[in-house]
Design a protein around this ligand. Structure first.
Ligand SMILES: *Cc1c(COP(=O)(O)O)cnc(C)c1O
Length: 440
């Protein structure tokens, strides 16, 4: 099988075969992120000059503003997204022997935090359209030990929250939203991060919302917030914990601050919260421009009867749902429509056109050795088995949609500006490859 030009014009000859490149020059600002101005720089320098990296008053301002944006009462800035997810898990009561269900096809910062609390991650498959955790598969994996579901709005696409919440309520299970890909995404008109019991949100340098290195826990449940404070925010235990039982332990009389329950420190560096506050001022208008740009790209590919082999990964236009900042955007790849062309060949050909195509999907965690043989505590058996006393390991073939996705999705250009002429060039590069390959 090979990619080849049709007999048509020179323009149709693929760059990979010596034809002209579709995108000859890339404009770097089209992809650069985050967008920073002197206002960001001044805010960060002010923290450094004042010697306030390790205090919390700017964090509190940032939390207030973030809560106003998202629509959550309690917001707790963390040193990174991973720690905010650990806090969220502790907040909803995950503990020793519990099981936490999450997607396999994702970064490890979510469900794997269960290990820190003596609990076990259990992986469920994804819905091949949304690429988010499949509610039906969640239900199959629930046992008496299941304490929480941790879902990801994958690549900005909202998960099927109505179905997930219905299952969770039916079984008395808590729901943690990992909003690390979906800051600003709407699910049927409501903000992702306000739909479950609590959200953990990465704000590290590569995400749609950037606060440097950082994370946020957001919830409307006071007790979840207080438990997160008790876990890893000693500096606000005396002021923020009202629950008498928690106060008696972590905010005991005679100490100047609290003593965190597991000794963990989760505070955000204030250069990050100061930066995050400035980023937040412009975030909504910036992601709206991203949404226009990304939708423009897909509308071009879907126009004129569509493009063989390619389908957008985005919610229906009239659904009230959005992709937020389109973090790490991907497209569905349908090799059957291209004579079975392997995704790797398609990527090479688009790249040769300057079209910015990549692999873009994660490795399924359930197949990784850490989740199968990893024995972190020397139990003489895998940690996943040691912590729950049953073999939860999924094995190859057990999560078919997650395992197949590497061949059925590809990374698309992540435009940060809606510049029609530029976007048209990228769409043309993709269309050219999809329409002018030939299999032998
Ligand atoms: C980035 C990310 C995390 C971890 O966040 P950090 O800020 O890097 O600690 C967790 N979950 C998902 C889905 C992520 O993409």
């Amino acid at each position: 099988m090979a990619i080849g030009a049709t007999m048509g014009t020179r323009k149709e000859k693929l760059a990979i075969h010596g034809g002209p490149k579709t995108v000859e020059q890339e404009r770097k600002e089209l992809f650069h992120w985050p967008i920073m101005t002197e206002e960001d720089e001044r805010a960060v320098i002010a923290v450094l000059r004042a010697g306030k990296c390790s205090e919390i008053e700017i964090n509190r301002e940032f939390e207030k503003e973030w809560g106003a944006y998202l629509g959550t009462k309690y917001n707790l800035a963390h040193c990174n997204g991973t720690c905010s997810l650990l806090s969220a898990m502790y907040g909803v009561g995950v503990g020793r022997g519990d099981e936490v269900i999450g997607p396999s096809l994702v970064y490890w910062g979510g469900a794997m935090q269960a290990f820190v609390l003596g609990a076990t991650p259990v992986f469920a498959d994804i819905d091949p359209q949304t690429l988010c955790i499949d509610p039906n598969d969640i239900e199959k994996r629930i046992t008496k030990r299941t304490k929480a579901i941790i879902l990801v709005h994958q690549y900005g696409h909202p998960a099927d929250m109505d179905a997930i919440m219905a299952i969770a309520r039916r079984h008395g299970i808590k729901v943690i939203e990992d909003v690390s890909h979906a800051q600003g995404s709407l699910y049927k008109g409501r903000m992702c991060g306000t739909l479950g019991d609590v959200a953990g949100i990465s704000m590290m340098g590569g995400k749609s919302f950037v606060a440097g290195e950082g994370g946020m826990l957001s919830t409307n449940d006071r007790m979840i917030y207080e438990r997160a404070v008790a876990l890893c925010h000693y500096e606000r235990a005396l002021t923020d914990i009202t629950d008498p039982k928690l106060r008696a332990v972590v905010a005991a009389d005679g100490f100047r601050s609290g003593l965190p329950l597991l000794g963990i420190k989760g505070r955000m560096n204030q250069t990050c919260s100061a930066f995050g506050r400035v980023q937040l001022k412009y975030f909504q208008s910036r992601i709206e421009e991203i949404q226009r740009a990304m939708n423009r790209f897909w509308d071009l590919l879907e126009g004129g009867g569509g493009t063989p082999g390619l389908r957008p990964h985005r919610p229906a236009k009239d659904s009230g749902s959005t992709m937020g900042g389109w973090y790490n955007p991907v497209g569905h790849y349908v090799p059957e429509e291209l004579g079975g062309l392997p995704v790797g060949k398609f990527i090479e050909a688009v790249d040769a056109e300057g079209g910015r195509c990549g692999r873009g999907v994660n490795f399924p965690l359930h197949l990784h050795p850490v989740l199968n043989v990893g024995d972190a505590f020397g139990d003489g058996k895998p940690t996943r088995v040691a912590f729950t006393n049953r073999d939860v390991r999924e094995g190859k073939g057990s999560l078919p949609a997650s395992e197949a996705l590497g061949e059925r999705a590809l990374g698309i250009p992540w435009f940060k500006h809606d510049w029609p002429e530029e976007i048209e060039k990228y769409a043309a590069a993709w269309k050219k490859v999809a329409e002018h390959f030939r299999t032998k």
